[in-house]
Design a protein around this ligand. Sequence first.
Ligand SMILES: [Zn+2]
Ligand SMILES: [Zn+2]
Length: 349
Amino acid sequence: MVQTTSTEICALHYHNQTDGNCAQCGLPICNLDQHYNVNADRICQLCDNISRAKKIVRYIQIGIWVIIIGSVILLWQLLPQEQFLFAFLPVILMLVTPYILRPVIMKLYFKGLQPKESILPILRYFEASGNLDHYKLFKKFLEKLTDEDLEEIKNPLFDYLVPALAFNYSKLPEEWENELVEKLRLSEDEFIEILTKNYKKQIIQTAVHSAQSNISLFIFYLSEKADDKGFIKAYIKEITSSNVVESTDEELNTIYNKLLEDVYLYEERFNELCDELKLEKEKVLISQLLARYEPPLVPKNQLEAVLSPAQLKEKRMKEEIKISGEPALISGETVEVQEEEIEFKDDED
Ligand SMILES: [Zn+2]
Ligand SMILES: [Zn+2]
């Protein structure tokens, strides 16, 4: 059984107990991490590297600007008058700068850190950002671990890996499992067994109480791979547990909105699973939860697309007031539709 240790160990030195968190990124750190920011708060080596890297990157950017401006002026002088537009070609360099800089930045971030010191932090970063560059870097660090390192770091590695995968499952590249299993030097069965046996409770708790979009796909995937209906049953039971069902409408649409978004998107699949597993009571509870769910409004045009969900909701409410407040402006047909809707609602009650 893998012990959950990630809360007690240093993310950079997994042999050590943590004695606090980085003041900037929150990673657990230990007494070996003695870096401080300008406010004299203790930070991790990565944040220390990042602040230094930012300065270097700024110098590189200034350097690139100097080169661009210099070459534009030079070309302007050298080119015949009718070709003066070509003098602006070096400006294109500005567009590619981020792509040139990205690998340099990543190198600077992990400067002075060994793969075994970098691997847990990069997983935490990937978990939070969903950035596939972080995932690629994680795979690179994983490859560089010796068999001995990997054996030693295995428990904390899975503690960090499981939420990172669960939160970003839908973003993972197609061949992620084969690649990862190979780099973890495990068989596929071993990998799935660790996830569905050792981390079952943690995964289900996370998928329900700290859900992210599409996290249920990760559960469907795991239960299929492990051929374990008990896994999905435990998931549905947790979704319909009193913690969720008895929460207020507001809680439901804030704390559990990502969970309900998934249930709403994959409603048919949930219903089928409930039928298959004979979870009649849970099926009813799921439909009741969905009836209380307010799906996010879909923007109707480009202007609305830039609004936040809350702003969009406010706009719709104002529009509704405007419509009901000025009936003369609406055609008879629309009013009829509205009345039908009201009648329908009454029937439901
Ligand atoms: Zn940090
Ligand atoms: Zn440490």
